[in-house]
Structures are given as structure tokens and as C-alpha cells.
Design a protein around this ligand. Structure first.
Ligand code: NAP
Length: 282
């Protein structure tokens, strides 16, 4: 990569941001298409988020990805939000369009694309069980509702958070049956037995030694399992799914890839070189 006076900047705001794989994936894409762009990580503390967002305009940065913990807070500082970002209540990419800052959410579509490409599974007409009701759980639930799932159940350790989320979703997608359960309740095996797709959108598996909220004896061979976690690639959740002999078990690296590819398309108005981005990530 050659940085010149004409090089344009994109990047990512997060705190922490050291672990991010996005610079690898985007800079590989810029090199492959000979685009004079550079993707940089910016460690932005929560108390500096407003100034950092103003800096996008001041420094004429083309756009940034937004990661934890800023995805919700950043919405207050933008000029416009896409309908998906508004529905999910979170932004993971900002486009600077001639000084107007527009927030989008490509996590949801990235997840659906990964499910299709990596697990060869369409959500339409399927019964979906989502573990977790945090930011990622909400994004995945909205994505599955937009794809016309037959039914969506959200199971969370803090049960009233799952209940609040399903109430919100019922108001947005009146035609889809939503239900909320506690992760600790006995009903979980019964809901898994009835599910086509099981998604882990909790952070369980990120740290060593955490016990998984489901056991392999509850899973079945017609189940597609998707774990949003991707590091290590063979996550504890996927190991457990493998033991149970499920139909397909996939980690979240594809979601990261496809949300990144969609971000690239928004900033560059070009088709992303998916194979190059994938190679850089994997
Ligand atoms: P978050 O908003 O902090 O939510 C965390 C969720 O995990 C909550 O539902 C929480 O339950 C649950 N949880 C945490 N510890 C638990 C435990 N010991 N037992 C049971 N449940 C537990 O985080 P998030 O942004 O939704 O992210 C969730 C996961 O998705 C993270 O691992 C993140 O890395 C991953 N992710 C991946 C991608 C991708 O591109 N592949 C994108 C986004 C996120 P409570 O409500 O009870 O606390």
C-alpha cells in the first residue's frame, strides 16, 4: 500500500479495537482493486465518541465501521439513519456523503447472507431459536423477522430482557409469532426440539471455562446451528453441536465478512471483491 497526498481514509471506531480483523479485510480489497484508500483502527473512548464522529466530517473521512461499545450511542450524532438501523436500534457503519453522516446496519444482512452461503439455509418459513437478547440478538431477530421466519423464540439469561425485546418485535412484525423464555427454564429442550435453526447470540464461549446454556443431548440432526462467535473458529458451541451430529454448524466469521462486504459497497459504490476479503480474513 502506498500512502500519497491523495489517499482517502476509512476506518473503525471501537473500544477496545486492537482485536479487529476489519483492517486486514478492507485493505486487502483496496489493494486488489487498486483503490487509493486506507482502512485504519481508531481506539475511541466512550467519552470521546461525539468529537470522534465530528472528526469524520472535519477530516473528510469517507466513512467508518462502528463496533462495541458505540453501536447504539453513535446514533445520536448522525444526520440520517437507514430503516434497518432504526429498526435494530444500532449502527455498524457510517457513510460521509458530502458532509452528511448516514448510519446503516449491515450486521443483519451480513448474518442472513452468511447463513445462506455458509450453512446453505434460508430463514423463510423456518422456526428460529435465538439465545441472547443483547445488541447482536436483537439484530439477528430483526433479520430473521425481515426474512419471514415461521416463528422466533428468544431465550435469555435475564428473562425480562427477552420479554421486552419480543414485545418490541411484535409491534414491528405483527404477522410473526414471537415468544420469550428464560435460558435457565426447563422449556428450552422442548423449544430446541421444535426449532430448525438455533443461533448463539450470547457472548458465552468468548471466555474460557464458561458453561454453555444448552447441552448436546438437546440438539437434533435436523438442526442448523449458527454461533456468532468466531474466535477460536471451532467455538465451544460448535464443538457441542458437532458432538450432537447436527445438520450444519457454522461460526460467525462469515457474518463479519458479509457485513464488511456490504460496508465496502456503501463506501465505494462498487462490488466488493469477496474472495479477496475472505482470504484475508480466514
Ligand atoms: P451484548 O449486547 O453484551 O449481549 C450479550 C448477551 O450474552 C446477552 O444476551 C447476555 O445475557 C448474554 N450472556 C452473557 N454472558 C452470559 C452467560 N454467562 N450465560 C448466559 N448468557 C450470557 O453483546 P452483543 O453485542 O449482543 O454480542 C454477543 C456476541 O455476538 C458476542 O460474542 C459478539 O462477539 C458476537 N458478535 C459477532 C458478530 C459477527 O460479526 N460474527 C457481530 C456482532 C456480535 P444477559 O442479558 O442476561 O446479560
Amino acid at each position: 500500500m502506498k500512502i500519497t497526498g491523495k489517499t482517502k481514509i476509512v476506518g473503525i471506531f471501537g473500544y477496545p479495537v486492537k482485536h479487529t480483523l476489519s483492517p486486514l479485510m478492507h485493505n486487502a480489497a483496496f489493494s486488489a482493486l487498486r483503490l487509493d484508500y486506507c482502512y485504519l483502527p481508531f481506539e475511541v473512548r466512550p467519552e470521546n465518541l461525539k468529537e470522534a464522529v465530528e472528526g469524520i466530517r472535519a477530516l473528510n473521512i469517507r466513512g467508518v465501521n462502528i463496533t462495541v461499545p458505540h453501536k447504539e450511542a453513535v446514533m445520536d450524532y448522525l444526520d440520517e439513519l437507514s430503516s434497518e438501523a432504526r429498526l435494530i436500534g444500532a449502527v455498524n457503519i457510517i457513510e460521509n456523503r458530502d458532509g452528511r453522516l448516514i448510519g446503516y446496519n449491515t450486521d443483519a444482512r451480513g448474518f442472513i447472507k452468511s447463513l445462506l452461503m455458509d450453512a446453505k439455509t434460508k430463514v423463510k418459513g423456518k422456526r428460529v431459536l435465538i439465545l441472547g437478547a443483547g445488541g447482536a440478538g436483537k439484530g439477528v431477530a430483526v433479520a430473521c423477522a425481515m426474512e419471514n421466519a415461521a416463528a422466533i423464540t428468544i431465550a435469555n439469561r435475564t428473562a425480562d430482557k427477552a420479554e421486552r425485546l419480543t414485545e418490541y418485535l411484535k409491534g414491528q412484525f405483527s404477522e410473526i409469532p414471537f415468544s420469550a423464555i428464560s435460558l435457565e427454564k426447563d422449556r428450552l429442550p422442548e423449544v430446541i426440539a421444535d426449532a430448525d435453526i438455533l443461533i448463539n447470540a450470547t457472548s458465552v464461549g468468548l471466555k474460557r471455562g464458561e458453561s454453555l446454556p444448552v447441552s448436546s443431548r438437546h440438539l437434533h440432526k435436523n438442526l442448523v446451528v449458527y454461533d456468532l462467535i468466531y474466535n477460536p473458529p471451532d467455538t465451544p458451541f460448535l464443538k457441542m453441536a458437532g458432538k450432537a451430529g447436527v445438520k450444519k454448524a457454522v461460526n460467525g466469521l462469515g457474518m463479519l465478512l458479509y457485513q464488511g462486504a456490504l460496508s465496502f459497497e456503501i463506501w465505494m459504490c462498487k462490488r466488493p471483491p469477496i474472495d479477496v476479503m475472505k482470504k484475508a480474513l480466514f
